[in-house]
Design a protein around this ligand. Structure first.
Ligand code: URA
Length: 245
């Protein structure tokens, strides 16, 4: 739904996840919907969703065209909108958010946790994923084997992956070096299994991977795996997106 023109009330409410058009018709009949102080009789009434005061069951609606969700993706769930066999991140959303048909911006492996942005704003997704933009992605990883300053130098120089692709310089911070090391890694691209394959090229295995940040967006550590919330206005602005509502 684009623009600021008048729209049918039932379509507006359906877009926001209040139910099907049939269900909304029933809600209107039951006098549960009020526009600018007057009980609505016609579900097809044309309204200005951005300006009119629309209430359902006494609560004002929060009209918006796009939705932007920050999720702490749990392990065992696919970064997809649907999958015949497995559970997908969209399955974790509440109906009022699912109604916007959001999709994940980029992919995390099934066993990777952490920051996943879901939106129905295709332009923003495109900007964040465009390879030429080199949007930084920061990961925390546990790695089997002692991660060394040599690894750090190799990552900085660029790693040749198993398919011959040479990665862009990446910044490795060693948090703890030991039989199981802990690191943070910032990469500026998003090749398939990139972090795992970069360590594999150094003879090491990533045993746990969590994305902490993407561009200016930092994972809210208050979100437990599987939880999500809408982005704040500041977070949206930092991504160059503005929610008009
Ligand atoms: N790199 C990986 O290997 N896996 C991910 O999920 C993300 C980056």
């Amino acid at each position: 739904m684009a623009g600021k023109e008048r729209q049918r009330l039932d379509k507006v409410l359906a877009h926001l996840g209040y139910g099907s058009r049939r269900e909304i018709k029933k809600m209107v009949k039951a006098e549960r919907v009020i526009v600018n102080g007057a009980v609505v009789r016609d579900p097809e009434l044309h309204v200005f969703p951005w300006q009119d005061r629309i209430e359902v069951d006494g609560e004002p609606i929060h009209y918006r065209e796009y939705i932007y969700l920050m999720m702490n993706k749990p392990q065992g769930v696919l970064s997809a909108t649907e999958d015949a066999a497995g559970k997908v991140v969209v399955d974790l959303l509440r109906p009022e958010h699912k109604a916007f048909a959001p999709f994940p911006v980029g992919r995390l492996d099934k066993d990777t946790e952490g920051l996943l942005l879901l939106t129905n704003d295709g332009q923003l997704a495109h900007r964040l994923l465009a390879p030429k933009k080199h949007v930084p992605k920061r990961y925390y990883a546990r790695v089997k084997g002692v991660v060394t300053d040599e690894d750090k130098g190799a990552f900085q120089a660029g790693i040749t992956l198993d398919d011959g692709y040479r990665t862009l310089p990446a910044e490795l911070t060693i948090l703890h070096a030991g039989p199981v090391s802990e690191v943070e890694l910032v990469i500026y691209e998003g090749k398939f299994h990139q972090v795992k394959r970069m360590f594999a090229a150094r003879g090491k295995t990533v045993t746990y991977l969590k994305r902490l940040a993407m561009g200016a967006l930092v994972l809210d550590e208050k979100l437990a795996p599987g939880e999500y919330r809408e982005l704040t206005a500041d977070e949206l602005a930092s991504l160059g997106a503005v929610q008009v509502s």
